[in-house]
Design a protein around this ligand. Structure first.
Ligand code: PPS
Length: 293
């Protein structure tokens, strides 16, 4: 049951269930989720980078930072991504965002129904990036190995079952994406595709600039593309999470920037799993016209 007056909340193991959505506890609290949803004061020039986990969040953090520095790489080389484009719903959100000068660049994984209520009364903008859910699942599987706050299932088959269940963090991919697609025609919402960004990063940077009303010259656009490339980000300690202590990310078990490609699911899903996943996908997404190469 959902509604603005009823918050269904429960804390078990390392997770909170808030408004029917499970999120890691500690980095998120009931207070921080409530702040994001009910108390956050959206400003007209706020820009939100919204994603389901593992869909291109960090990539967009880099692109937005670079667009707002007119292609100058200094900020991305000197300031951590989480300080440049802070997380709205995390416990640090209020402190990071409240007195921040405009324009604020803000990151969030919250589903549509937990997004700041004040957004809809403003001219603020949302960029929502979508990635093939099978690749999201693979990426999250490897991430759950390194992220100590996530439930890990060694067997990939078991992990797919978790991914398809309501116990997965931030809720199921299908509901998250469908929630955000309800506002796809809002002129203040831009929907991007991770796969399309891989195919043509420059065209996508130009699209983002146009959406944000940012006029960058060609050299600046090239600089945005160059400094937000997978290789540049993988080796940038300000963006690759290598500075996170081992108690949160066990770096012996992998790196945040893993492959950065489309189609890795083909190396992980068995033919039977593919068929099963496609069946669920078709059923859940039947009213939505999105497909992945
Ligand atoms: S998180 O934890 O939700 O913030 O993760 P997120 O940043 O959304 O997703 C991580 C995956 O995105 C890949 N990535 C990139 N791909 C292409 N280009 C760039 N610049 C880039 N930066 C990050 C990252 O490698 C993860 O995907 P996988 O498939 O695991 O490699």
């Amino acid at each position: 049951m959902r509604g603005s007056f009823l918050i269904v909340m429960e804390v078990t193991n390392n997770y909170i269930k808030f408004e029917g959505v499970r999120v890691p506890y500690g980095v998120h609290t009931v207070e921080s989720l409530n702040y994001a949803w009910k108390e956050f004061e959206t400003r007209d020039d706020d820009v939100f980078n919204v994603t389901y986990p593992k869909s291109g969040t960090t990539w967009l953090q880099e692109i937005l930072s670079l667009i707002y520095s007119n292609g100058d790489p200094t900020p991305v080389k000197t300031t951590f991504s989480w300080d440049r484009v802070p997380w709205l719903e995390q416990h640090s959100g209020r402190k990071q965002l409240e007195n921040r000068p405009s324009p604020r660049l803000i990151t969030t994984h919250v589903p549509f129904h937990m997004f700041p209520q004040t957004f809809f009364k403003t001219k603020a903008k949302v960029i929502y990036t979508i990635r093939n859910p099978k690749d999201v699942c693979v990426s999250l599987y490897y991430f759950s190995k390194i992220a100590q706050f996530m439930e890990y299932r060694e067997d990939f088959q078991d992990f797919v079952a978790l991914f398809l269940s309501e116990d997965i963090i931030f809720g199921r991919w299908f509901e998250h994406v469908k929630g955000w697609l309800t506002v796809k025609d809002n002129p203040n919402v831009l929907i991007l595709s991770y796969e399309d960004m891989l195919k043509d990063p420059k065209a996508n940077v130009i699209k983002i600039c146009q959406f944000l009303g940012k006029e960058l010259n060609d050299a600046a656009i090239d600089s945005v593309v160059e400094h937000s490339s997978f290789q540049a980000m993988k080796t940038n300690p300000m963006s690759n999470y290598s500075a996170v202590p081992n108690e949160y990310f066990d770096k012996e078990k992998g790196t945040f920037h893993r492959k950065g490609i489309a189609g890795d699911h083909k190396n992980h899903f068995t033919p039977d799993q593919e068929v099963e996943f496609e069946k669920i996908y078709k059923d859940c997404m039947k009213d939505f016209n999105i497909s992945f190469d």
